[in-house]
Structures are given as C-alpha cells and as structure tokens.
Write a protein that binds this ligand. Structure first.
Ligand SMILES: NC(=O)C1=CN([C@@H]2O[C@H](COP(=O)(O)OP(=O)(O)OC[C@H]3O[C@@H](n4cnc5c(N)ncnc54)[C@H](O)[C@@H]3O)[C@@H](O)[C@H]2O)C=CC1
Ligand SMILES: O=C1O[C@H](COP(=O)(O)O)[C@@H](O)[C@H](O)[C@H]1O
Length: 247
C-alpha cells in the first residue's frame, strides 16, 4: 500500500538511489537544505533539519520517515556532526513522535562500528574465507566523531522507540556506489551496497513491521563481514547484488 513518506536528505546520493527505483511506490515529501535540481516525484521542502518549525510542518500527514540528512563525511568535525547528525536527528525523531508518525528509518553507518576493524583483524576480515561477522547486536565502536554521531542517532532511536513507541530501524549503511562496487578497495567491496539493493532495503523499512532494529545495509557480497541475516529476517530484505560478480 502506498504510504506518505518524508525523505530527509533527498538531494543526496542515498536519496537518489531510493527515488531512482521507488518514485512511484509511495507518496513522497522530500526535504533537503539544498534546493532540488530537476523534476521531483513529490513536494520538495527546502529546509534545515535543525529548524524545528520547518521539520514539524514537513511531518504533517506523514506515515513514515526515511531520515538521511546529515554530514556523511568520515572526517567531519565535531561542530558539524553535533549540529547536523545529532541535534538534527533529535529534531526529526521528536517531530515524528509529535506528528503521530508510525516509523522512522535512520541512516546509520558502518562507521558506528569502524573500530572493530583492528590491525590484527584486517585485511583478512574483508576476505570471503574469513568468518569474522558483526550482526548488529554488538555495541557501537566508532573510529571517528562521525561514527560517534551515528551511534548517537541509533541511541536516540532506541529512546524514541522505548519511551514513545515509535518503530525505528537503524540501517548501518556500508558503501553505496552506482553500477559497480568500489575498485581496488577490499573494504569497500566487502560492504558494497548497490543502488537497487539500497532502494529495496529502504522500501522494506517502510513496509515491514518492527519495534527497534539495527541492521546492516550491504548487498549480498561474498566478502561480507556484516551479517544481513537480521535484515532478511525482520524486513524481508532480499538483495540481488554481490560485489564478487563484478571484476
Ligand atoms: N553514501 C554512503 O555510502 C553512506 C551514507 N550514509 C549516511 O546516509 C545519509 C545520506 O548520505 P549520502 O546521500 O551519501 O550523503 P549526501 O551528502 O550525498 O546527502 C546528504 C544530504 O543531506 C543534506 N543535508 C545535510 N545536512 C542537512 C541539514 N542539516 N538539513 C537538511 N539537509 C541536510 C545535504 O544537503 C545532502 O543533500 C547520511 O546520513 C550518511 O551519513 C551512511 C553510510 C554510507
Ligand atoms: O558512512 C559512510 O560510509 C561510506 C563508506 O565509508 P568509507 O570509509 O569506505 O568511505 C562513505 O563512502 C560515506 O560517504 C559515508 O557517509
């Protein structure tokens, strides 16, 4: 069934992947601080997610939120991740609860757990014959302040689920690239997320039933060190791509 979905960060790469396949699947309201380029599949709200009034207005009549807006840089400084990724995410969750939104899918990151990639585990853990696997039940272990901000977003989601009954799924996205996995980058190939698998995964986040979940957002790569079992089980995620099938 088509739902009214608010997509924050709609003008970015993950937004492009989602809208590329799902433009006609839902009723979209798109939000970004950057204005749109070209025709859009829904109303476009130019706003900053730290603007509480604008975010509240954008939530009106919305069933589900895909929250992507934020600073995506692994090397982003604290003032930016604090403002955009933590404060902005809290504003989105709070406004969602107040508007009676049913569910929020939050774009977390591999960088929330980047420090599990220790010197003694790498590069072996990026290879198909290694059995080291993170499954989403482990504690966050960020290797940079960007990762800290994503772990904070996951914890905000936990709070808004437990205290306000909001359904929340945190997707620890791997490395999204269009058409082809990253070249000459073992780590990136292990956590590759193709555009079509990305769109399908977030579609499942909109349609499935869950309480609070942390899942990994990668394709079905032979090399994986992130389990996608939980995403398959809870969301019925059925990825089609595998970085091993590309040269
Ligand atoms: N692309 C990837 O492989 C991965 C992305 N992610 C996360 O997914 C989300 C989207 O990432 P991308 O699309 O790659 O980044 P992007 O930089 O292409 O898109 C982010 C969008 O958010 C908007 N934005 C940033 N701060 C904002 C604010 N305060 N208010 C309103 N809009 C704001 C930007 O204008 C931009 O259009 C981010 O939260 C990122 O941390 C996580 C892991 C991997
Ligand atoms: O969280 C993110 O992760 C991906 C992959 O990380 P990288 O360390 O392999 O670059 C990154 O491309 C993306 O920009 C970032 O938001």
């Amino acid at each position: 069934m088509a739902q009214s979905v608010l997509l924050t960060g709609a003008a970015g790469r993950v937004g492009e992947a989602i809208l590329g396949d799902l433009a006609d699947e839902h009723e979209w309201r798109l939000l970004d601080r950057d204005p749109p380029t070209g025709e859009q599949p829904g109303e476009f709200v130019v706003a900053d997610i730290t603007d509480e009034d604008a975010v509240r207005e954008a939530m009106d009549g919305i069933d589900a939120v895909i929250h992507l807006a934020g600073d995506p840089r692994a090397e982003a400084p604290w003032d930016s991740v604090f403002t955009n990724n933590i404060d902005g995410t809290q504003t989105v969750f709070e406004a969602a609860v107040d508007a009676g939104v049913d569910r929020v899918a939050f774009a977390s990151s591999n960088h929330a757990v980047g420090a599990y990639e220790t010197d003694d585990r790498t590069p072996e853990m990026y290879r198909p014959d290694d059995d080291y696997l993170l499954d989403g039940t482990e504690l966050p272990r960020p290797g940079n302040l960007y990762g800290v901000s994503k772990a904070a977003g996951e914890t905000l989601g936990r709070y808004y689920h437990d205290e306000h009954d909001l359904s929340v799924v945190c997707v620890r996205i791997g490395n999204l690239t269009e058409g082809h996995p990253p070249i000459d980058y073992e780590r990136g190939q292990a956590m590759w997320l193709s555009y079509r698998d990305c769109a399908h995964l977030f579609d499942r986040c909109i349609r499935a039933d869950y309480g609070y979940e942390i899942v990994y957002g990668i394709s079905d790569n032979d090399r994986k060190y992130y389990s996608i079992d939980r995403a398959r089980e809870v969301l019925d995620y059925d990825p089609q791509d595998n970085s091993a099938h590309h040269d």
